[in-house]
Design a protein around this ligand. Structure first.
Ligand code: COS
Length: 386
């Protein structure tokens, strides 16, 4: 099918296919088992210039858009959703700087990200502030030329592996969501340490840690945008990055579908390949149809963002919710088609099913996505005086 990829996107796709086969497939099981961070693969991503796909050329990037990133993430996630995440979590961590950073902040931080020499991470979630992002308790108090940060961030992807952290903290608690501000924190800042490293169900190659701030002093210049803009910075960041989660889910689902088709043609029962049974055929047909629909919605969301459209929240949430629900269903069905073998670790589909689950949870649970979609729908209707 012609998906309307550009020349650059076709090159990215081919490159990622090659890296997936050569560098990721041979090690994905090992990293899933050990939960170690795949530094060698990250080096391969950097050498292939994948780290800077969507960053401006001025800062050493390739000047691509969200769609270019989506093509890369989908392709890599076909092989391993966890290792792919190690790369694209940096986009989440950098979006606050890309979208709202000053020229100085961009010049200081983005070239290293584009070169792949520094990873980034995004620190919003806390133990008591997940879906209710406005309830964060971490504080940032201005003291002379520095902000003093105190608090703990939880479940931070790339936490401890990244060098650059964009962190949302309260500068004025009385104002609620409007009292939050966004900051850049460098890894080696005194008072900034890493707490618990999580032991996860899936995406185990990706590191997830607590960020602990104890009287952590950062220069005043590390404030992103203005005081009070933190919640908006966070929401816009998530609007931009959710098509990436959709692409990860889409890649995982595609990988599982491919495995299921391959297996069904090889596995013989009752004297025939199981692909000749209608019960299996109907399952494969439904899986393939759902994956195709998820692909189109994911691409539509990325292209809508790249068109410069203003309202991106709704389509971004739609892509994320749909593709992740598809990934969960398709990976579960793939395990079913592989039967007893599907449940065993010798075959990759049980890992794909575990990896798929997080896509329904992080960067906003699918319940929150539906809330975002519905509230935009209602706002649009009100604006159109329907
Ligand atoms: N873009 C711009 N502004 C936005 C916005 C967006 N996408 N979403 C909300 N805002 C603005 C609102 O317009 C509102 O502005 P005013 O104060 O001027 O009215 C302000 O932000 C607060 O919005 P709202 O009242 O809707 O906030 P809520 O506390 O009700 O929360 C949700 C809204 C649930 C959508 C938000 O908390 C959310 O996205 N939660 C999920 C967080 C998440 O994804 N966590 C994952 C962790 S990161 S991996």
């Amino acid at each position: 099918m012609d998906y309307g990829y550009t020349e650059e996107q076709l090159m990215i796709k081919e490159l990622c296919q090659q890296i997936g086969e050569e560098k990721i497939k041979p090690v994905r099981e090992e990293f899933d088992e050990t939960g170690e961070f795949p530094w060698d693969v990250m080096k391969a991503f950097a050498d292939a210039d994948l780290a800077g796909i969507a960053l401006e050329e001025e800062y050493g990037g390739m000047g691509g858009g969200v769609m270019d990133g989506v093509v890369a993430v989908e392709e890599l996630s076909k092989v391993c959703g966890g290792i792919a995440l190690c790369l694209f979590a940096t986009s989440l961590g950098t979006y606050p700087i890309v979208l709202y950073g000053s020229d100085e902040q961009k010049k200081k931080y983005l070239p290293d990200v584009a070169a792949g020499t520094k990873l980034a991470a995004f620190g919003l979630t806390e133990a008591n502030a997940g879906s209710d992002a406005g309830a964060i308790q971490t504080t940032a108090v201005l003291d002379g030329n520095e902000y003093v940060l105190n608090g703990t961030k939880q479940w931070i992807t790339n936490g401890s592996a990244a060098e650059i952290y964009t962190v949302i903290a309260m500068t004025n608690k009385a104002k609620g969501a409007r009292g939050a501000s966004a900051f850049i924190v460098d890894k080696d800042t005194p008072g900034f340490t890493f707490g618990k490293k999580e032991n996860k169900m899936g995406i185990r190659a990706s590191v997830t840690s607590e960020l602990v701030f104890q009287d952590c002093r950062i220069p005043k210049e590390n404030l992103i945008a203005k005081e009070g803009m933190g919640f908006i910075v966070a929401m816009k960041t998530l609007d931009m990055s959710r098509p990436g989660v959709a692409a990860q889910a889409l890649g995982i689902a595609t990988g599982a579908l491919d495995e299921a088709v391959r297996y069904s043609r090889e596995r013989v029962q009752f004297g025939k390949p199981i692909s000749s049974f209608q019960g299996v055929q109907f399952m494969l047909a439904d899986m393939a149809t759902a994956v195709e629909a998820a692909r189109h919605l994911t691409y539509a969301s990325a292209r809508h963002i790249d068109s410069g459209a203003k309202n991106i929240s709704k389509i971004s949430a739609m892509a994320k919710v749909y593709a992740s629900d598809v990934a969960m269903k398709v990976t579960t069905d793939a395990v079913q088609i592989l039967g007893g073998y599907g449940y065993m670790k010798e075959y990759p589909v049980e890992k794909m099913m575990r990896d798929a689950k997080i896509t329904q949870i992080y960067e906003g649970t699918n319940q929150i996505q539906r809330e975002v979609i519905a509230s935009n729908l209602i706002k649009e209707a009100a604006a159109a005086k329907k």
